[in-house]
Design a protein around this ligand. Structure first.
Ligand code: SF4
Ligand code: SF4
Length: 346
């Protein structure tokens, strides 16, 4: 952790991140938030033996990026927390849920540990993909939200977008938990090269940030960006519904993709903004391995988010299957962006 000391000491303990960290807001104590995690990282850098409380604090960050956006000194508690996770794993402190995720992916190539075929969702006509664009479905759409994968590819195949021969998890769950994702990165990168892909299209915010951060040699677009540039080429009708949009942290706050999904939504129905949106959007609580390791905390953060949903809307639209899952579990009516567009396709 010593190499992160220059980043850690940027924290002047002003406490501004305390007001925005979704975990601290739900749990209400210092070491559940970004400032506390910076202090723990400082302790680890000084050789402090990690306690169970320290490990829990480091592992309960959802990687929502709020603290990074808010910090007046430019500190990056999220990066420091991720480094602390790697360090804890290196010291032999991997928790059962981290080890379980590692095993699932090692045995099945997906984060669900599902042994069925990854491509069982493919009902649409599969195109050769000579366009150089490839759709990467991701684990959740391939195994849990197959209607999302089908809807997404039903749109993309019209533009000659291809699929990979042998897609595996992008590695995001491992990377976020501080585990080694290098084999998956190598595998998928080889697949992209063999497919002749110059650009990967994803419908998942987690896959999007993983490709942006950890893969090299390919462009990456979220489905919303790809569609926003081609709306006139799709024959879309106007739906008589109103929706609100949940900005996934790994798409919005982290990469500033705010306009594209809104352009797509406004093309087909009425959009009513959340009470807090864009850079102030609430975290769904699902990211960073928190849903898997700390489901009660994750659910409490999702419940908090519900306070931002405006009255009278028909659906919350999102563009990330993990947000979809966490919000749907609280009883919210959620639609993936691809399903909304599919509903409007003539
Ligand atoms: S906002 Fe930045 S400087 Fe202030 S306590 Fe948080 S991490 Fe430290
Ligand atoms: S990334 Fe989000 S959850 Fe993690 S410390 Fe920062 S504000 Fe809290």
């Amino acid at each position: 952790m010593k190499e992160y000391l220059p980043e850690i000491v940027k924290c002047v303990r002003c406490g501004r991140c305390r007001t925005v960290c979704p975990v601290q807001q739900v749990q209400g104590w210092e070491f559940a938030g970004a400032r506390g995690r910076m202090q723990i990282a400082m302790g680890m850098a000084s050789g402090l033996e990690p306690s169970a409380g320290m490990i829990r604090s480091i592992l309960t960050c959802t990687t929502c990026h709020q603290c990074v956006t808010e910090c007046p000194t430019g500190a990056d508690p999220q990066q420091v927390t991720r480094a602390a996770r790697r360090k804890l794993v290196g010291l032999g402190h991997a928790t059962p849920h981290q080890l379980e995720m590692q095993e699932r992916i090692r045995n099945t190539g997906n984060s669900l540990g599902d042994k069925s075929a990854r491509t069982a969702w493919i009902t649409a006509h599969q195109v050769p993909g000579e366009s150089g664009y490839v759709y990467f479905a991701g684990c959740l759409a391939s195994y849990r939200y197959q209607s999302t994968a089908t809807a997404t590819y039903g749109i993309l195949e019209k533009f000659g977008v291809g699929l990979l021969e042998d897609e595996k998890c992008c590695g995001s769950p491992l990377f976020r938990m501080g585990l080694d994702a290098s084999e998956l990165i190598e595998h998928n990168s080889r697949q992209f090269k063999e497919a002749g892909a110059h650009t990967i299209i994803v419908g998942c915010a987690g896959c999007y940030s993983m490709f942006r951060e950890q893969y090299q040699g390919f462009g990456v677009l979220h489905l919303s960006e790809f569609l926003a540039d081609r709306l006139d080429e799709l024959s879309l009708s106007q739906l008589d519904i109103s929706v609100t949009y949940h900005d996934p942290c790994h798409l919005g706050r982290t990469y500033g993709i705010y306009d594209a999904p809104r352009q797509v939504i406004e093309k087909v129905c009425t959009l009513v903004e959340m009470k807090a949106s864009k850079e102030n959007a609430s975290c769904c609580g699902g990211g960073g391995g928190v849903r898997m390791g700390y489901p009660e905390l994750s659910g409490s953060i999702a419940e908090e988010l519900k306070n931002n949903i405006p009255d009278g809307i028909d659906y919350v639209v999102t563009s990330c299957p993990l947000c979809f899952r966490n919000l749907a579990d609280t009883g919210v009516k959620v639609l993936d962006l691809a399903e909304l567009v599919s509903m409007a396709m003539k």
